[in-house]
Design a protein. Structure first.
Length: 451
């Protein structure tokens, strides 16, 4: 059992291909059952376990785990809604020599293990099954989902039925989109990986520790990265972005436009807005959008920034003014929240991973689709899904902080995809370091601390 940090994310179809490529499905099910039994034994200190087994291979994993737990002397019962339907699950059922209780009549146990449905769920659970799952989950002290909580759709994290809350989810062989994407991700409790030796390959993966650019003996303020932040109507947002760029590690931040507010850091260099200010070849990234406004003046500033040829971070209001299909002369990172994303790219089909990937391919920009499950997608198809932020980020200005931090990473010479990943990681860690009920200014200050 290991954390899912850094692991590939596979769809149900990719999972089936990985299983087929391995070639020995019975061996994989035995491995899964061993991993599940081992994890449960370590975690539940001898308490009685009730395993709910479904008709497919998720149920098969449950039968194997039950047999192994029983062989090790652990108190375990099984309840099922019917007989197994897949060959593998039938074989696993045959090797279980205990009784199988009808699900509707099953009495609760302190530990509930849900092996009803996994990646094969294609429609809502039958009503009776969902009701029994809830009844038994509510009565248990510790709830474990095998691969996925039954009722969640593996590929997009939607709930096809009402899903109870679990304490632990044991992802088998690889992470799936539902382990990361909401609402499903919020129902899993801790997610841990049981390695099946599949060596799965995917262009999507869970965020891992990111390497941040570090200054060396030869560094100077410009080589560390110069960021220009284009201000607009709402001064505070651009201030936050500018300060955040410095605190995330930029060597020089040029704030273009707006007033010089009392108490603002003296380290930010201020000039009036002019398109010519962007001619400075030392500028490694331009951040535009936080507090920009959406009027003609804002549009003119965005046009000038797009024409400058500098690497861009495009956020907030600028996303409402941008034509995502227009060619650009320089790399760009777009950082929309879901509302901005929908306005820019349309509602679209598929999971947040699919949609962010399609948007990156369409726009030719790295797309950071923000939220509790931030998805970072590169035009080349790579995707990283972030974990480890904080719901306390849901406060005004935290997106401006991310835009500034992203500018810092981009100006330091990271590729847009690496810059976005590093910034999202740093931003999430800063949020955790801030604890509860912080404000965006605290978050900006915490960027320095977590670096
Ligand atoms: N792919 C792999 O590499 C491995 C998969 N394993 C297990 O296999 C699972 C996937 O197995 P399956 O593909 O058999 O899928 P599931 O066990 O998730 O269930 C699919 C079965 O349920 C039926 N079904 C789907 N939705 C239903 C609904 N709402 N009501 C009633 N029946 C419904 C399907 O027709 C099918 O018979 C994984 O989640 C995992 O637990 C493991 O055994 C190890 C390796
Ligand atoms: N519930 C949440 N859980 C985790 N992160 C969140 C949540 N809500 C918002 N965030 C994060 O907070 C930031 C908010 O950005 P944004 O919506 O652009 O705010 P603003 O425009 O006010 O600066 C994003 O990085 C987003 O991922
Ligand atoms: K399950």
């Amino acid at each position: 059992m290991s954390p899912i940090t850094g692991t590939p994310i596979l769809t149900a179809a990719e999972m089936r291909s990985a299983e087929a490529a391995h070639g020995d499905s019975a061996f994989l099910m035995e491995q899964a059952g061993q991993g599940i039994a081992g994890a449960i034994r370590r975690l539940v200190a001898g308490a009685e376990v009730l395993i709910l087994c479904g008709p497919g291979n998720n149920g098969g994993d449950g039968y194997v785990a039950a047999r192994l737990l029983r062989e090790q002397g652990h108190a375990v019962r099984i309840a099922a809604a019917g007989e197994p339907k897949s060959d593998l699950a039938r074989a696993a059922r045959t090797r279980w020599d205990g009784p199988v209780e009808p699900l509707a009549e099953a009495q609760p146990a302190p530990v509930l293990v849900d092996a009803l449905f996994g990646t094969g769920l294609s429609r809502p659970l039958p009503d009776g099954v969902a009701t029994d799952l809830h009844r038994l989950a509510e009565a248990a002290r510790f709830r474990v989902a095998i691969d996925l909580p039954s009722g969640v759709a593996s590929d997009d994290g939607c709930c096809l039925s009402m899903v109870p809350r679990f304490d632990l989810t044991l992802a088998l062989g690889s992470a799936k989109p539902a382990h990361l994407l909401y609402p499903a991700a919020g129902l899993m409790g801790e997610v841990r990986l049981i390695d099946l030796g599949l060596a799965p390959v995917s262009r999507a993966s869970v965020m891992r520790r990111a390497d941040l650019p570090e200054p060396g003996p030869a560094s100077h303020k410009y080589s560390r990265g110069m960021v220009a932040v284009v201000a607009g109507r709402m001064g505070g947002a651009a201030e936050l972005a500018a300060v955040s760029a410095l605190r995330a590690g930029a060597g020089y931040v040029l704030h273009l436009g707006g007033r010089d507010p009392k108490g603002a850091p003296h380290a930010v260099v201020r000039r009036r807005w002019s398109a010519e200010a962007l001619d400075d070849v030392r500028i490694g990234a331009v951040v535009i959008g936080p507090g920009l406004g959406r009027d003609d003046d804002a549009r003119a500033r965005l046009d000038a920034v797009l024409a400058s040829g500098r690497p861009l971070v495009i956020d907030g209001d600028a996303l409402h003014l941008l034509d995502p299909d227009a060619p650009r002369g320089a790399p760009a990172i777009l950082t929309p929240h879901q509302g901005e994303f929908d306005a820019l790219f349309g509602k679209g089909e598929g999971s947040r991973i699919d949609r962010a990937r399609a948007a990156a391919a369409r726009s030719g920009a790295t797309v950071v689709l923000k939220g509790p499950d931030t998805v970072i997608a590169d035009p080349d198809g790579r995707v990283i899904v972030a974990t480890g932020g904080s719901p306390w980020l849901s406060t005004a200005g935290t997106g401006d902080v991310l835009a500034g931090a992203t500018g810092a990473m981009l100006s330091a010479g990271l590729s847009p995809f690496d810059a976005a990943t590093a910034a999202v990681r740093l931003h999430g860690r800063a949020a955790v370091a801030c604890g509860r009920s912080f404000i965006a200014d605290d978050l900006a200050a915490a960027l320095s601390r977590v670096r």
